[in-house]
Design a binder for this molecule. Structure first.
Ligand code: GLU
Length: 415
C-alpha cells in the first residue's frame, strides 16, 4: 500500500509550489515536531498478558495546542498516524480554529476485545502519554473505532493520574462527562452543509441525485440520515465487510439500513458469496466494487487510499465528498480532475468534527453548556466560509479544491 505520509507530502509540495511557499517553512511542515511511541501492556479477561503498539504524533502547534483523534485499527502504522497528524494541522487551519495538528493510534482490532479489555487498553494509552497531553498542550478526540465511551475512560484516567479534573484535555466525550451536544453528528453535519451549498450552486435536485456512501460508522451513518431526509437517493452503502446497492435506483431508507447494522453488525444481511446476489430488496456486491457503481455523489467515509490508480478509471461519480481522511490517493487524483470530477477534500469536508471539538473545549474551559441548536448555528457559517475561501483560492491560483484548501491553511499558519 502506498505510504500515506508520502502521499500527504505530495499534496503539501504541490500547494507549496503553486503559492511559492518559503523553503524553511515547507521543511518545518514536512516532519512532525514530536513522535511518541509506546507498548501498552494489558491483561486479557482470560488472564493472558499482551502488548499493543501505540503512537501519538504531534505535528505542529504554531496556531494552538496539538489537536486530533486516536484511532484503534489493525492497520494503524506510524506512517499513517504521521499523515493524519499533518492533515489535522491543515484542517484546523482551513476552518480557522486555534489548534495545531496531532494524531494517535493503537494497532489493534477493537472488535476482538471485550468491553473491559477495551477499557484497560484505553486507560493504558493515557498512562503511556499523559505527560505529553493537556488542555493547552495536546487535545485528543475520537477517530476510527473510538467513541465517547473511550474518551470518557481516557479523561477519567487523566484525572486520576494528574489529580486534577480537566475535561478540556479530551474532546468527543459523552454529554454526562462534559461532551458537547452535536459533537456526535458534527463531522457529517459539516460535510452536509458544504454539500448542500454546492448542490444548490449546481442546481441539482436531491430527488434526482444518486448517492453512494462508503463507510457506515458514525460519520457515514449520520450522513446517510441527513441525505435521506433531504430527499437524496441513496443507491449504495458499504461497511468494513459488506456492501449493498439498490438495483432499482429508488434509494434506501437510511433508518432501515441502520437497523440492519445494529442487529447484524453490518449493512448487508446476505451471506452468499456471490458478487451480485439476487436478494429481494437489494443486491449485494463485494465492497471494493461499490465505488465503481454509477452515482452522482460519492461519499467516502471509511479509510485512506480508497481511490487509487487501480480503480480510478472506473469511478463514475461527478462529485466526491471526502469525509474520511486521505481516501483519494494523489496518484489517482489527476485522472479525476481531468474528467471534471469535483473533489471536496478531507481537510475541508470533514472539518466539522474538529470544529465542534473546539466548541466542546471552549465550553469546558469556560464552564458553559451550549444547546444543540447553538452548536449547529455556529458550525454552519464556519464551514461555508471555509468552503468559499477555498473556492476563491481555487480560482485565484487556477487549481483544484484540495490544493486551494491547503493554500488557505498554509497562509493562515504563516500569519
Ligand atoms: N478524528 C477527527 C478528525 O480526523 C476529529 C478530530 C478532533 O475532533 O480533534 O478530524
Amino acid at each position: 500500500m502506498t505510504d500515506p505520509f508520502k502521499n500527504a507530502m505530495l499534496q503539501l509540495n504541490k500547494a507549496a509550489k503553486i503559492m511559492g511557499l518559503k523553503k524553511d517553512f515547507l521543511k518545518s511542515l514536512s516532519q512532525p515536531k514530536r513522535i511518541l511511541k509506546a507498548e501498552i501492556p494489558i491483561t486479557l479477561d482470560n488472564g493472558k498478558k499482551v502488548k499493543f503498539k501505540a503512537f501519538r504524533v504531534q505535528h505542529n502547534n504554531r496556531r494552538g495546542p496539538y489537536k486530533g483523534g486516536i484511532r484503534f485499527h489493525q492497520q494503524v502504522s506510524l506512517e499513517e498516524v504521521k499523515a493524519l497528524s499533518f492533515w489535522m494541522t491543515i484542517k484546523t487551519s482551513v476552518v480557522g480554529i486555534p489548534f495545531g495538528g496531532g494524531k494517535g493510534g493503537i494497532i489493534v482490532d477493537p472488535h476482538k476485545l471485550s468491553k473491559t479489555e477495551l477499557e484497560r487498553l484505553s486507560r493504558g494509552y493515557i498512562k503511556a502519554f499523559y505527560k505529553y497531553i493537556g488542555p493547552k498542550v495536546d487535545v485528543p478526540a475520537p477517530d476510527v473505532n473510538t467513541n465517547s465511551q473511550i474518551m470518557d475512560w481516557m479523561t477519567d484516567e487523566y484525572t486520576k493520574l494528574t489529580g486534577k479534573k480537566q475535561p478540556a484535555v479530551i474532546t468527543g466525550k459523552s454529554i454526562a462527562a462534559g461532551g458537547s451536544l452535536g459533537r456526535n453528528t458534527a463531522t457529517a453535519d459539516g460535510g452536509f452543509f458544504i454539500l448542500m451549498n454546492l448542490v444548490k450552486k449546481l442546481k441539482m435536485k436531491p430527488k434526482n441525485t444518486r448517492v453512494i456512501i462508503q463507510g457506515f460508522g458514525n460519520v457515514g451513518g449520520n450522513m446517510a440520515d441527513s441525505l435521506y431526509h433531504a430527499g437524496f437517493k441513496i443507491v449504495g452503502v458499504s461497511d468494513a465487510t459488506t456492501a449493498i446497492i439498490d438495483p432499482k435506483n429508488k434509494g434506501f431508507d437510511s433508518h432501515v439500513i441502520e437497523k440492519i447494522k445494529e442487529k447484524h453488525g453490518r449493512v448487508d444481511i446476505c451471506t452468499c458469496e456471490k458478487i451480485y446476489c439476487q436478494c429481494k430488496n437489494h443486491k449485494h456486491i463485494i465492497k471494493e466494487k461499490l465505488l465503481e457503481y454509477p452515482c452522482d455523489i460519492l461519499i467516502l467515509a471509511a479509510l485512506e487510499n480508497q481511490i487509487t490508480k487501480t480503480n480510478v478509471k472506473k469511478i463514475k461519480a461527478k462529485i466526491i465528498l471526502e469525509l474520511a481522511n486521505g481516501p483519494t490517493a494523489p496518484q489517482a487524483e489527476p485522472e479525476l480532475l481531468k474528467k471534471g470530477v469535483i473533489i471536496i477534500p478531507d481537510v475541508l469536508a470533514n472539518a466539522g468534527g474538529v470544529t465542534v471539538s473546539y466548541f466542546e473545549w471552549l465550553q469546558n474551559m469556560k464552564n458553559q453548556k451550549w444547546s444543540q441548536n447553538q452548536v449547529k448555528t455556529k458550525l454552519k457559517p464556519i464551514m461555508i466560509k471555509a468552503f468559499e475561501q477555498t473556492q476563491k483560492n481555487a480560482k485565484r491560483y487556477k487549481t483544484d479544491l484540495r490544493t486551494a484548501a491547503f493554500i488557505s491553511a498554509l497562509e493562515r499558519i504563516i500569519k
